[in-house]
Design a protein around this ligand. Structure first.
Ligand SMILES: *Cc1c(COP(=O)(O)O)cnc(C)c1O
Length: 427
């Protein structure tokens, strides 16, 4: 797509001439409000059905004949084009939520008897999807520690079809070496037939395509919760799968039949507000996150800070090679994890005090789940987002009772720092 223009410009304008653009003289696309579309003639109606999800046709150059909103609509199409560009993928398929996208990418690749290997620390609902629902369909799983490449090799079985992970991990900010995982899977695939091939999938929600583009490393599919930084304002939900053109038909048919299509209103918001401001927002969040991480690192009530931009970050070399923004600069992102001092119950009570102080007194930091918002959000993973993970598994995953997760927003960083300072002093 329009490779002579840089990412910042294309994220605002999309493609110069898009076949999905159905609105003659509009500068921004209107939100389409029609669920069904006029088909003009029996012949054109038949053509519309013949074109939908047809692997022999190129969605990039074909003007779609819209049929029914669950199948496709102009706002959704424009969003998909720009998302594919942002992740440097061949095609993007949008969904109603991040979980609908993850269900689709797993649902189109796995069948009864297949096996999935996943990193042990993943988003809670993805964990639930794999352990509760996929297992009911006879799809088995192994959770391994992807920081140790040997564990991935050991977990892969003849029936393994998917290798799945997130990086940075939520909430601990551990990084997985994307290229190293690709390399292991590529070697195993060399001796496998096309049907037995393992695909690699990365959930890139934490980093966003601004900070890291896993497809460039050879990953097969990227999934996103568009609800987070790609929307950016916390006003709508969405999801996407970005990957090779060869899987487009299956993903479109899965979406049509399972029904997790994004609404035109949601697609429009992400297209109109989210993507055009992504670079601005993440740059600002990242600048503030770096200052906040440094401040916390020196604070006498803080035991440790995990932020890929800190010199003390255990995987700083990997961070520097893997997390690069659209201009090639180091891009450690907007998420920070830290632990207050103390052990066990004592640390838990202190973390609660810090969070309660913020909830009651702080304008610039809000107690709320979700992330990638223009507002700075704080939460306590051990008792909130990761409460479903049993205590022993939490400790093993590095989720401490005194751990706090921050998603840094675009407020004045001096205000965030003073709110955090007062909250820490109160504990
Ligand atoms: C939020 C999130 C999801 C799920 O996305 P929804 O849009 O809430 O369905 C998946 N993965 C990660 C890493 C997330 O943060």
């Amino acid at each position: 797509m329009d490779s002579k223009y840089r990412d910042r410009s294309v994220l605002i304008h999309g493609k110069f001439r898009s076949e999905k653009w159905d609105f003659e003289d509009h500068l921004t696309p209107p939100i389409t409000t029609s669920v069904t579309f006029r088909l003009r003639s029996a012949e054109r109606g038949a053509q519309a059905f013949q074109q939908f999800a047809n692997p022999d046709l190129d969605r990039d150059t074909l003007h779609p004949i819209y049929i029914y909103e669950r199948l496709d609509d102009p706002c959704q199409g424009l969003l998909e084009e720009t998302l594919a560009f942002a992740e440097k993928g061949e095609t993007a398929i949008s969904f109603a939520t991040g979980m609908a996208a993850i269900s689709a990418v797993l649902g189109t690749h796995l069948k009864s008897g297949d096996h999935i290997v996943s990193h042990k620390t993943i988003y809670g609902c993805t964990y639930g999807l794999i352990t509760t629902w996929l297992s009911r369909f006879g799809i088995t799983h192994t959770f391994a520690d992807f920081l140790d490449i040997e564990q991935i090799k050991a977990a892969i079985k003849p029936e393994t079809r998917v290798v799945y992970f997130e990086t940075p991990c939520n909430p601990t900010m551990e990084l997985i070496d994307i290229c190293a995982v690709v390399d292991v899977v590529r070697r195993i695939n060399e001796s496998r037939s096309e049907e037995e091939r393992i695909v690699t999938i990365v959930d890139n929600t934490f980093a966003t395509p601004f900070c890291q583009r896993p497809l460039s490393c050879g990953i097969d599919f990227v999934v996103h919760s568009l609800t987070k930084n790609l929307c950016g304002f916390g006003t709508t939900m969405g999801g996407a799968v970005i990957g090779p053109r060869s899987m487009e038909t299956n993903l479109l048919l899965f979406r049509k039949d399972f029904g997790g299509s994004i609404s035109p209103r949601a697609a429009w918001e992400i297209l109109t507000y989210g993507l055009p401001t992504l670079a601005l927002r993440v740059e600002r969040q990242q600048q503030s996150a770096a200052r906040i991480a440094e401040f916390l690192n020196l604070h006498h009530k803080v035991k440790l800070v995990r932020y890929p931009g800190l010199d003390s970050f255990p995987q700083v070399e990997l961070a520097k090679s893997q997390m690069r923004d659209i201009d090639g600069n180091f891009a450690p992102g907007s998420m920070v994890y830290f632990e207050v001092k103390g052990e066990g119950e004592d640390a838990l009570q202190r973390a609660r005090k810090v969070i309660d102080y913020l909830a009651e007194n702080a304008l610039s930091v809000t107690l709320a789940v979700s992330l990638g918002n223009i507002r700075t959000l704080v939460e306590h993973p051990a008792s909130m987002t990761h409460a479903v993970v049993p205590p022993e598994a939490q400790l093993e995953a590095g989720i401490a009772p005194g751990g706090i997760r921050l998603s840094v927003g675009i407020e004045d960083v001096r205000d965030i720092l003073s709110d955090l300072e007062r909250a820490l002093e109160s504990a």
